[in-house]
Write a protein that binds this ligand. Sequence first.
Ligand SMILES: [Zn+2]
Ligand SMILES: [Zn+2]
Length: 341
Amino acid sequence: MKAYQLVGQGRPEVVDLPIPEPGPGQVRLRIAGAGLCHSDLVLVHADPPFFPLPKILGHEATGWIDKLGADVTELTLGDAYGVYFTWGCGHCLPCAHGEENVCYDATTTPGFGTGLDGGMTEYVIIDDPRHLVPLGNLDPIAAAPLMCAGITTYGAIRQALPLLIPGSSAVVIGVGGLGHLAIQILKALSPTRIIAVDAHADKLAHALQLGADHAVQAGPGAAAEVRALTAGRGANLVLDLVGADATMAFSQGALAQRGQIKLIGVAGGTLPVRYFEMPRESSIGVTYAGTIPDLHEVVRLAEVGLVTPEVTHIGFDQLDETFALLDTGKLRGRAVLVPTL
Ligand SMILES: [Zn+2]
Ligand SMILES: [Zn+2]
């Protein structure tokens, strides 16, 4: 089978590998689609690498049940599922709650496509049926972005819902793979006023098409513009889907009293936090993917048509060039590897 494997630091390659066999309790999935995520670029270029190599990339994948390991009886061959990628130990208290993204053993339990072989291939082994979420009537290829971009934005917004009352405002920084879903999820779950911020004019136009109420050009005047749009109060929620020095400084400048910054983007920026420079009773928090219930919920939200990922299908031979385009911030929606192309 073909696979996009990280063979060394900075060196992803299309390789040929044997089709893996599921062991007891495991499931083999035939991949429908695997999304390209900005954090894949971070994994590719990490020096030293985050995990032992080689590994197949791709933590955002969907597919069809292809083969069942011994003792697996609850799944039906051919049914479509998405993969929950932050695999925990399955036994600790957070895991018992389905919060495997914050498993107590998270540093020693590598995730799907983030330490273990991932979905940019034709067949993958899933360690346990609890890491599969049924896709119902969704197109499995179009559903792939829900597995990282969807769960990550849904999880952050779900935690912040008590802030998003009528009259509130939420800022989305970065209208790419995550941002285009964040706007739709905010619109589906709350009456909040949605303000999209991006450096690219076409992304701002896209945000307005998706239902954002305002689009603000990123830059030195952006925080003042958000204040002007919110009667001087600032935003109750800021989703920083970039995480660079500039976006973090903007987040602080655009934040309301009691507001929350959710730092989601992995660009590696920093923000000095000083008492009188943060709005009163405001907070900043880091999120990581979401819980298994979050994934079920965002998939159901898509199934009823309230969230629709915009996807571009690509083949193995387009992976390098598409990752390069993703790195420029100009890719619209999400690119999804379709192994049969
Ligand atoms: Zn991701
Ligand atoms: Zn655990």
